[in-house]
Design a protein around this ligand. Structure first.
Ligand code: PBG
Length: 321
């Protein structure tokens, strides 16, 4: 016999009742659209590994940002594809680089769009690692900090509203904060990729950004997916160094960490639904719309204030219907 007071189904009886008691909401403003910018490109070029996603010229990126604004998205995050790569990744901090040109053009055309820029060296280095290398091929953490800070300042100079270091070098948030403050950008917040696991889910992105390491892997600086407490230590350090928003990445494999990070920091928490998570849904034989909305809802329920997702534009349209 079921106790009358345990009839939870009563509140599921109609769409209106379900809506009345729904706890979690996904709104377009929670979503951030990643944009790959290649200045040399004419228009947009589809990315094979990411069906439905393209690399964009600066003009095409401006058009995308306009669409993002019209759909009410929370913002865009820019990734640059350089015209040339070298050992140091010098185009990363070039004021005429892809990200800088796009940030400037987007802010000029659509001042209301929140422009976040990914700060890293891996798209710009000939070896594809996120920092510079020592002679023995290992990543030199401390020598990379200055270059990352220079990159962040160059993005701020181009009008970036938020800079987002994704390199996972120790101390980069502090180095970037100091440099931004010293160069007159004390008001530019940092969204730190704080808890970033070394993940196979990034492989379509590496095709998209042409940033697969030429040798070795990223396990020397990205976190072991087996570790959760370590993610909290990473977050703690980034917060101490001045992170304003903290990120967990990938998203669906780290729902526990999204929750723990939110409880621990009470800061805005971003979850990055990465390229492989997108591709997995997009290429499955299941209903991609339903899967996308279900996963985005789960990320919000776990505590994500912001979700970076390649579904951002689609999701905003689906949510409106
Ligand atoms: C750069 C960076 C990566 C992603 C975001 N910034 C790649 C990596 O760390 O290998 C991955 C995003 C995605 O897979 O969608 N360091």
């Amino acid at each position: 016999m079921v106790f009358p007071q345990t009839r939870l189904r009563r509140l599921r009886r109609t769409p209106e009742l379900r809506s009345l008691v729904r706890e979690t909401e996904v709104l377009p403003r929670h979503l951030v659209l990643p944009l790959f910018v290649e200045a040399e490109l004419d228009g947009s070029r589809p990315i094979d590994a990411l069906p439905g996603v393209s690399r964009h010229s600066v003009d095409a990126a401006v058009a995308e940002a306009g669409e993002a604004a019209a759909l009410g998205l929370g913002g865009v995050i820019l990734f640059g594809i350089p015209s040339a790569k070298d050992e140091q990744g010098t185009e990363a901090w070039d004021d005429g680089g892809a990200v800088q040109l796009a940030a400037r053009a987007i802010k000029a055309a659509h001042p209301g769009v929140v422009v976040i820029t990914d700060v890293c060296l891996c798209e710009y280095t000939s070896h594809g690692h996120c920092g510079v290398l020592r002679d023995d091929g290992s990543v030199d953490n401390d020598a990379s900090l200055e270059l990352l800070a220079r990159t962040a300042v160059s993005h701020a100079r181009a009008g970036a509203d938020v800079v987002a270091p994704s390199d996972m070098m120790d101390g980069r948030v502090g180095a970037i904060r100091r440099e931004l403050d010293g160069e007159g950008f004390a008001d530019v917040p940092i969204m730190a990729y704080s808890a970033k696991h070394a993940s196979a889910f990034y492989s379509p992105f590496r095709d998209a950004a042409d940033s697969t390491p030429a040798f070795g892997d990223r396990r020397g600086y990205q976190m072991d997916p087996a570790n959760g407490d370590e993610a909290l230590r990473e977050v703690e350090l980034d917060v101490a160094e001045g992170a304003d928003i903290v990120m967990v990445k990938p998203a669906l494999t780290a729902l526990d960490l999204i929750w723990r990070v939110k409880q621990q920091t009470r800061l805005p928490v971003a979850a990055y639904q990465v390229s492989g998570e997108y591709a997995m849904i997009k290429t499955s034989s299941m209903d991609d719309r339903a899967l996308a909305l279900e996963t985005l809802t789960a990320l919000r329920r776990a505590g994500a204030d912001i979700v970076i997702t390649y579904f951002a534009k689609d999701a905003a349209r689906w949510l409106a219907t």
